[in-house]
Design a protein around this ligand. Structure first.
Ligand code: B12
Length: 590
């Protein structure tokens, strides 16, 4: 690992856009673009969701967040109205909707049409945004593929006009890459303008950042995730004059540290949190088992809000989530469950004493400050201006989570550990994946293991999108088998991967794909490989589905059959790859 940063490596370009001019441009736009009317703001008589959140927290109410966003805008509008209506009829309230835009919405509108699509909502006209938010008195949270994408500024304008006062997702800015989009300076400049525009509104607009979408899912230390809150607050609040609000939860599957992190974040945040996301990494194929996971994280999150309210809404995620985007009825059902659970557990918070949790929260906060201080010192020494929002954003994005933790993590340096450090408070997600990988090796026949090792294979590992755990799993197994790993990276484009494998002369490609783009990706990869005269086995695992063109349910369907026809080897389990490797090693030994 290179020990130090230097400006020329982080910013090889001769010049970067002027941050002050970008801030001024965003603020100027606030003279014409203002938060529009919405049934939510009107119904509760508030100027922003932040104001509402403070009122509800004060009253001790546990707020509820539902996630919606079907490909078809009409179905999404129906969900907006129907989920609220049915819960209202049952005497419950859904406070906010996270509107899940498709990742193609992250391209500027003029270029969107022919870009790869995922599984989320696609809106054509600016009026579509208000048409959504006018369906019910529920706070619209435009939380994905708005700020942080190349379309960040234009999407923020649309979101504000439609009455949204929580807009994101800064977490995505740091880690997501739109396929075929390489201009990260443009994306950053659009983010700075968007944040300035939101910050200049008379109403308090929250700049949402889901830590798990950003670096938290890749840090091994929760103190680094807390440090990310401190650093983002410096950039958004101090440098851009806006209000950052954080979300976490997807990968926080251990009850103890989940609650400790809620406590820790509550201590360092001035704005109310957006939502504590459901612990979606706890979900598997069995729905009954998923209900146990749901109850476990939900009761804890409700308890956290009752005892030390941080303004986060809690988020019951439908138990079908591991398979695909949940349908409308499933969202309603899980909210019925959540409301009942919160009601039944009413006395719980007055019974327990949880000082132990506060001690863990103290460690997270202290470690977070060390991370922030180390980062500021390292950046300053490298010549990166810590008072320039554009430089801060871009440097953090380019350096990436792994190197940031290696360089600035507060954990004690320890050889042989992931990121070279012993975490202050361990995040379990990545280590769990590694342990699963080691399990595969341990279960193998030692003779086959040895034969594969001797064969000396070279494998290129890559992902089509931000989901990286599948790749880390395969990487752990390959490393354990002595297979040489050639890293194709995350969110790579198919044509770049084809060129890369030609240059690297590998024996196989192991691809992980989760965003509903697998089929298009493999077809393009195969075509490009053919053009380059390369013929290699392509193994693929993950969430292998897509929304068929013209689908009337907006739900994705499995494409394993089509992928096999397109020439890929579909791996619902790593074992499929291991069996093939065993065969290939037999052939090479013969
Ligand atoms: C963790 C997670 C995330 C994390 C990823 C963290 C990270 N850095 O990797 C975060 C929070 C960042 C995230 C973000 C998003 N996510 Co997500 N995420 C998940 C989740 C919960 C788990 C997936 C996972 O990593 N599993 C761990 C792996 C190791 O296990 P596995 O998937 O069972 O894999 C097995 C096999 O498939 C195989 N395998 C996997 N890959 C490979 C490769 C090879 C070569 C081989 C041999 C085998 C193999 O190995 C495993 C065991 O054998 C799933 C839901 C779920 N429970 O599956 C959603 C899910 C994949 N996400 C989804 C979505 C929509 C998103 C977002 C678009 C949401 C949004 N609007 O922001 C963004 C992505 C944006 C983008 N630009 O790409 C959807 C995909 C929808 C679909 N295709 O139907 C899912 C299914 C959730 C849902 N129902 O909506 N996500």
């Amino acid at each position: 690992m290179a020990l130090k940063l230097d400006r020329a490596t982080v910013f090889p370009e001769a010049e970067l856009p002027d941050a002050a001019a970008l801030l001024a441009e965003g603020r100027k736009m606030a003279e014409t673009v203002k938060v529009g009317a919405s049934p939510f703001l009107k119904h509760y008589g508030v100027s922003s969701e932040a104001q509402y959140k403070r009122q509800q927290a004060e009253a001790g109410r546990v707020m509820m967040h539902a996630q919606i966003g079907f490909r078809d805008p009409a179905k999404s509008r129906r969900a907006y109205a129907e989920v609220w209506e049915k819960l209202d009829k049952a005497g419950h309230r859904v406070d906010r909707y996270g509107i899940c835009l498709d990742w193609s919405m992250g391209y500027p509108r003029a270029q969107r049409k022919d870009m790869p699509r995922g599984t989320g909502l696609i809106m054509q006209e600016i009026e579509d945004w208000s048409a959504m938010t006018s369906q019910a008195p529920v706070a619209p949270h435009y939380g994905d593929f708005v700020i942080g994408t190349p379309a960040g500024y234009e999407n923020t304008i649309a979101a504000l006009l439609s009455g949204a006062t929580a807009i994101g997702n800064l977490g995505q800015y740091f880690t997501f890459r739109q396929p075929h989009w390489d201009d990260d300076v443009f994306t950053t400049a659009e983010a700075v303008k968007a944040i300035a525009l939101a910050g200049a509104q008379p109403a308090e607009v929250l700049i949402h950042s889901n830590l798990d979408d950003g670096f938290a899912s890749m840090f091994t230390d929760l103190a680094c995730s807390l440090g990310a809150i401190l650093v983002e607050t410096h950039i958004v609040d101090n440098l851009c004059g806006a209000h950052v609000a954080h979300c976490f939860g997807n990968t926080f599957s251990r009850p103890y540290t989940r609650l400790a992190f809620q406590r820790a974040s509550q201590r360092v945040s001035s704005a109310p949190g957006t939502m504590v996301y459901g612990a979606t990494t706890m979900y598997g194929p069995n729905h009954a088992a998923n209900f146990a996971a749901l109850a476990s994280y939900l009761r804890l999150d409700a308890y956290g809000q009752r005892t030390k309210p941080s303004g986060h809404a809690v988020n019951p995620v439908p138990v079908t989530e591991a398979e695909r985007i949940p349908d409308i009825e499933e969202i309603i059902d899980v909210h019925m469950f959540a409301n009942k659970l919160v009601e039944l557990e009413e006395p719980l918070h007055s019974l327990s004493d949880d000082q132990e949790i506060d001690a863990v929260a103290d460690q997270i906060v202290a470690g977070g400050h060390v991370f922030k201080d180390n980062l500021f010192k390292g950046f300053t020494e490298a010549g990166i201006d810590t008072n320039n929002p554009l430089e801060m954003f871009l440097a953090i994005r380019r350096i990436g989570s792994k190197r940031l933790e290696e360089l600035f993590g507060p954990g004690r340096p320890t050889e042989g550990r992931l990121r070279g450090r012993t975490p202050v408070v361990r995040a379990n997600s990545i280590e769990q994946v590694e342990e699963a990988g080691e399990g595969y090796i341990a279960r193998m026949d030692p003779a086959v293991r040895e034969r594969i090792r001797k064969a000396g294979f070279r494998a290129c590992l890559a992902t089509t999108d931000v989901h990286e755990y599948g790749k880390i799993l395969v990487e752990t197994v390959m490393r354990g088998l002595g297979v040489e790993i050639v890293d194709g990276g995350t969110s790579i484009d198919a044509n770049d991967l084809a060129a890369f494998v030609k240059a690297e002369k590998v024996d196989l490609i192991a691809l992980s794909s989760y965003n509903g783009v697998a089929l298009g990706f493999v077809s393009e990869l195969k075509q490009e490989m053919k053009r380059n005269g390369v013929d290699l086995p392509v193994f693929i695992g993950g969430k292998l589905n897509r929304i068929p063109d013209g689908s009337n349910t907006s739900l994705p369907v499995d494409v394993s059959g089509e992928l096999t026809e397109a020439g890929a080897i579909v791996c619902p389990d790593v074992a499929v790859l291991l069996d093939r490797l065993a065969d290939m090693s037999r052939d090479s030994a013969a």
